[in-house]
Design a protein around this ligand. Structure first.
Ligand SMILES: Nc1ncnc2c1ncn2[C@@H]1O[C@H](COP(=O)(O)OP(=O)(O)O)[C@@H](O)[C@H]1O
Ligand SMILES: Cc1ncc(COP(=O)(O)O)c(N)n1
Length: 275
């Protein structure tokens, strides 16, 4: 059994954060462990409160997990503050597991899940350790300093991000709402790249899509899939999860973490890859 880890915030509504990550890990047949950086009082309508963990207690949780388990791959999600990022990065320096960084900044309803002054620590302390970074468009703009309006901007932003020491960056296209497709473009440090295109689903139930996608990459990498296979298979996982919503809650509902196992083979997911 491959052990994987999420270092992220708790979502009391169950659709994003630690809860989305552990559900995804379980569906993908890995043993999920967790380090909680903050509690959020949250539901599908928004974030009602945030209660961060102390950096010392984040460190204590990480030590408990690493002392007992051979963690094959791990992801980070909501990290909230400079102090938590610095603590996480310091401990991760001694680890050999694949590190997937989902640079969570703003919840879908607009609440800040990362303090503004923490971007510097993210860029300089954590990103140099990352195997994969999975920014959405607004996050890629903040990290790179490049305003993104078209494909050339995506390329320029990715180039800047790779210069920070990330080995692979997946630029997620979920926020291009006027497009017919949901296209994510993957750039590697050796200069190669490819795009993954799926049909865009017209839905407001996208709470936790980014968490689900990055935890699926983590699970597949933890099981020994290649980087390319892990990213493409994670795209299928999130596509099925968005395409078959559960219709829970009154706002932006969660995605369906059961869909990949239950519907794979019944509904074939077309991930159109281009170089
Ligand atoms: N409406 C949609 N239809 C299909 N795929 C989507 C849709 N919205 C987002 N995705 C996909 O979900 C994943 C998460 O993307 P995104 O929503 O941009 O991230 P985040 O949750 O971090 O804002 C990406 O693979 C993206 O292409
Ligand atoms: C605790 C927590 N972590 C992350 C997100 C972002 O969710 P999304 O995946 O929709 O960007 C969230 N809303 N809450």
């Amino acid at each position: 059994m491959d052990v994987v880890l999420t270092i992220a915030g708790s979502d009391s509504g169950g659709g994003a954060g630690i809860q989305a990550d552990l559900k995804t890990f379980q569906e993908l047949k890995t043993f999920g462990t967790s380090v909680i950086t903050a509690l959020t009082a949250q539901n599908t309508c928004g974030v009602q409160g945030i209660y961060p963990t102390t950096p010392e207690f984040v460190a204590q949780q990480m030590t408990s997990v690493f002392q007992d388990f051979n963690v094959k791959a791990l992801k980070t999600g909501m990290l909230f503050s400079t102090e938590i990022i610095e603590t996480v990065a310091r401990i991760l320096q001694q680890q050999t597991a694949h590190i997937i960084v989902d640079p969570v900044m703003i919840a879908k309803g607009g609440a800040a899940l990362l303090q503004d002054d923490a971007v510097h620590a993210l860029n300089t302390k954590l990103l140099p350790l990352a195997t994969v970074l999975t920014p959405n468009i607004p996050e890629a703009e903040v990290i790179s300093g490049v305003k993104i309006r078209n494909e050339q901007d995506i390329f320029n932003a990715a180039k800047r991000i790779l210069q920070l020491g990330v080995k692979c960056v997946v630029m997620k296209g979920g926020h291009f709402e006027e497009a017919d497709t949901a296209t994510d473009t993957v750039f590697f440090e050796n200069g190669s790249s490819f795009s993954m295109e799926t049909k865009r689903i017209n839905t407001k139930h996208t709470h936790g899509t980014g968490c689900t996608f990055s935890s699926a990459i983590t699970a597949f990498l933890g099981r020994g899939f290649t980087l390319h296979e892990s990213i493409v298979e994670a795209k299928k996982f999130v596509q099925l999860a968005i395409e078959h919503p559960l219709n829970i809650g009154h706002g932006h509902g969660p995605t369906n973490h059961f869909a990949y196992q239950e519907l794979r083979g019944i509904y074939e997911v077309m991930v159109h890859e281009t170089k």
